[in-house]
Design a protein around this ligand. Structure first.
Ligand code: URP
Ligand code: ZN
Ligand code: ZN
Ligand code: ZN
Length: 468
């Protein structure tokens, strides 16, 4: 489609984080050009090359998934979705932007890690993408590089209080990175679990013969998530920096975030569909099936879910990302038979985030506008992409999804598009499904067919966090 092409999406209910409007949408040159009421003189006057009929459907911004790990080397293997397969699956699920994590290797520079990730993603992606940077080795040179990366559009830095010997940073290293972020506009994203204490519990569990997947959840105690969350908040306060806590799963961790936000601190939180919809019951599935649900932070007992939903409603949690990090059951998750600590950590999900959260709208957990906020607008704002991404408004990229709120679907590995041999939501019936997806005005999904291409997706440099 040339940039001169005009498309009109007619007849739908436009839903953004702020509004619901019965409006037609004019797209020109890959951007939203105008909105006008159905049957208004303005809308009637639009002459288009392509008309998309959205009667009875929602017209929503493309999803922004702020936490993915395509083809990430981890746990002795590599996440099974490439940038090509993973972004195609994202598009199938109505997500038109991902922010993936480039990784600094210990002893190497941030720049080298970022270059590696550009090489992996370049010309592969079906939808637009940006990068966060995992800081695994804090030193004077790394800290100086953080400034440069922020200027170039890599404005967020993930650090780990977990995984000693892999990505772990101690409190002093974290404090130094936070101090740097406080001066350069960067956002520190924290994996908040006390990894030192967890590793002791892992060794004790294995020595006692507790080797099944469910012990992964038991040793990664909710209190060790809450403790690390509390510590990260205090370190950020001392440094004068904002903080974004990733993959929050424990209700006690939500309480720490809520308390910090009640003090007016620039502290933000993300949760993921797996914590909202799955639980330790899944980790306890027999015949090693629980390995499918091993991720960190771990799934929690079902009782924690109410606090996560409440946090999303009250804005103590702002974002739902997937932490998409798929490993096949066969050959990858199986590496941990007889030793849960060798199960690669991570779960697939990039394709189903929008649909699972829409189900929460159907079930009355969140409103339609909150659905679009936590899945599109808030991640776009958090990671400096708004209003180009995350909304439908004049000037925004025409990342537009026509969503059928009445279609029924059953999630299954036999029909999903992620490159992984199981679904964490196998057999789950959902109401609502993506019908059409445009990325910068170009059709990617049309009539339940993938019509996009690897390489359409562009690298998208980001501004600084727009909640500050
Ligand atoms: O289990 C997970 N979450 N794997 C991906 C890496 C991370 O910690 O986000
Ligand atoms: Zn209407
Ligand atoms: Zn993490
Ligand atoms: Zn992650």
């Amino acid at each position: 489609m040339s940039t001169g092409t005009r498309t009109v999406v007619r007849g739908g209910l436009v839903v953004t984080a702020a509004d619901e409007m019965h409006a037609d949408v004019l797209i020109e040159g890959g951007r939203i050009a105008a909105l006008a009421a159905h049957d208004s003189d303005t809308a009637a006057g639009w002459i288009a090359d392509t008309v998309i009929d959205a009667t009875g459907k929602y017209v929503i911004p493309g999803g922004v998934d702020g936490h993915t790990h395509m083809q990430m080397p981890f746990g002795g293997t590599t996440a099974s979705d490439t940038f090509e397969t993973g972004t195609r699956a994202a598009a199938w699920g109505g997500t038109t932007t991902i922010v993936d994590f480039a990784i600094q290797s210990v002893g190497a520079s941030l720049r080298a890690g970022l270059d590696d990730w550009h090489a992996k993603a370049d010309a592969q992606c079906a939808v637009d993408y940006g990068f966060h940077m995992i800081v695994a080795d804090v030193n004077d040179k790394t800290l100086a590089e953080m400034d440069t990366l922020v200027e170039e559009g890599v404005t967020s830095f993930k650090m780990f209080m977990a995984y000693p010997g892999v990505f772990y940073s101690d409190d002093g290293q974290i404090l130094r990175a936070m101090q740097r972020a406080s001066g350069n506009g960067g956002l520190v994203m924290m994996h908040a679990e006390n990894g030192i204490a967890i590793d002791v519990l892992v060794q004790q569990a294995l020595a006692a013969g507790r080797t099944d997947p469910r012990y992964h959840g038991e040793v990664r105690h909710a209190l060790l998530e809450a403790e690390a969350t509390h510590r990260a908040i205090q370190l950020a306060r001392v440094a004068g920096s904002p903080l974004y806590v990733v993959h929050v799963s424990a209700e006690q961790a939500v309480a720490e975030l809520a308390a910090a936000r009640d003090l007016g601190l620039p502290v933000f939180g993300e949760t993921c569909p797996q914590y909202l919809f799955l639980s330790t019951d899944n980790l306890a599935e027999p015949d090693f099936e629980g390995a499918k649900y091993v991720c960190s932070t771990p799934l929690r007992p079902r009782e924690h879910q109410a606090a996560l939903w409440r946090g999303l409603r009250t804005d103590d949690l702002q974002v739902v990302s997937t932490d998409h990090c798929p490993f096949c059951f066969s050959g990858q998750k199986e590496m941990g038979r007889g030793d849960f600590s060798k199960i690669p950590n991570g779960m697939p999900g990039v394709e189903h985030r929008m649909d699972l959260l829409h189900q929460a709208v159907v079930d009355g957990q969140i409103t339609r506008r909150r659905w679009i906020d936590i899945a599109c607008a808030a991640p776009a704002r958090m990671f400096g992409l708004y209003p180009r991404k995350g909304t439908i408004a004049p000037g925004a990229d025409a990342d537009v999804v026509v969503y059928d709120p009445h279609a029924e679907q059953t999630v299954s590995a036999s029909t999903h598009h992620m490159n992984v041999d199981y679904s964490a939501y196998e057999g789950r019936k959902l109401t609502g499904r993506v019908e059409t997806v445009l990325s910068r005005g170009v059709p990617v999904i049309e009539g339940r067919t993938f019509v996009g291409r690897a390489g359409h997706g562009q690298y998208t440099p980001r501004g600084i966090c727009q909640y500050l």
